[in-house]
Design a protein around this ligand. Structure first.
Ligand code: ADP
Ligand code: MG
Length: 262
């Protein structure tokens, strides 16, 4: 098993004229589980999008390297091929394209033979109690929140990335599903040396998926980091101590000359 390292340093990013990430430093290595917690609007999903290369964000400073290679200039598909994976908070619906279509293409792009894919899919579906019919239906279309999250977890199990970012994987999952999905992710950290950055509001996920480190993101900055015991404390005390409540990052002063498409 080769070890991997995702290093985020001094990362700043904006949407239009609003700076959302204000200097993020974070290192995730193989086998580690890091959790990011924080109030709504603090920039958690933005961080996941910027690392994965979702269009619409401007990186203004910093770097993100995977095993020493800068990935910020790469298109998303190359980041995925390099071993990065993002389970999105709101998985995209793709009418007419099934999960098995997607996985078949992605699997072979990783230079793996399509012959074994059926068996891999079956085994993975079983591990997380995934309804087989969902493999043939249009990706995420008319699926419940929980089905979408199992979908993402199945992709993770099949594609075996090096580093995975899981954005609110817990939303929409009942307790049993949460346990199954957490067990699967945890197994990947042990069997395949997966490094994980899990984003969540709730310690309920972290009761199932134990984090080695917890980081608090507030207003675009990591304002505190600690061990797993921090999750409980955060859940009871909230984020008030970090100057964050449920409010979004304050909008930057409007610039009448700003290009809205910049
Ligand atoms: P979190 O995931 O922590 O709840 P987000 O990263 O989704 O927060 O959002 C952080 C802030 O950035 C919010 O104030 C949100 O409104 C703003 N934001 C995110 N994406 C966009 C966008 N595409 N256009 C304008 N504002 C955005
Ligand atoms: Mg979010």
């Amino acid at each position: 098993m080769t070890t991997s390292e995702l290093v985020i340093s001094g990362l700043r990013a904006s949407v239009g004229s609003t700076e959302i990430l204000k200097g993020i430093d974070l290192t995730i290595r193989s086998g580690e589980v890091h959790a990011i917690m924080g109030p709504n609007g603090s920039g958690k999903s933005t961080l996941s999008h910027v690392v994965m290369g979702k269009p619409g964000y401007e990186v203004t400073a910093g770097s993100v390297t995977l095993n020493g290679v800068e990935i910020l200039g790469l298109p998303t598909w190359q980041r995925a091929q390099a071993g990065l994976f993002l389970a999105m908070q709101y998985p995209t619906e793709v009418p007419g394209v099934s999960l098995s279509d997607v996985l078949s293409v992605a699997y072979q792009a990783g230079e793996r033979s399509a012959d074994e894919l059926d068996d891999v899919l079956k085994a993975e579906a079983e591990r997380i109690g995934f309804d087989h019919d969902l493999l043939r239906r249009s990706l995420n279309v008319d699926m419940s929140g929980g089905e979408k999250k199992r979908n993402e977890t199945l992709q993770l199990g099949v594609l075996k990335p090096k580093i995975a970012i899981l954005d609110e994987l817990d939303s929409g999952l009942d307790v049993d599903a949460l346990r199954q999905v957490s067990r699967r992710v945890e197994a990947a950290t042990e069997e395949d040396g997966l490094g994980v950055l899990v984003i969540t509001h709730y310690s309920r996920l972290l009761n199932e998926l134990r984090a080695d480190r917890i980081h608090v993101l507030a207003q675009g900055r990591i304002v505190d980091s600690g061990g797993p015991e921090m999750a409980e404390a955060l859940e009871s005390s909230g984020y008030a101590a970090y100057g964050g409540d449920a409010e979004a990052v304050p909008a930057a002063a409007a610039d009448p000359f700003a290009d809205p498409f910049a």
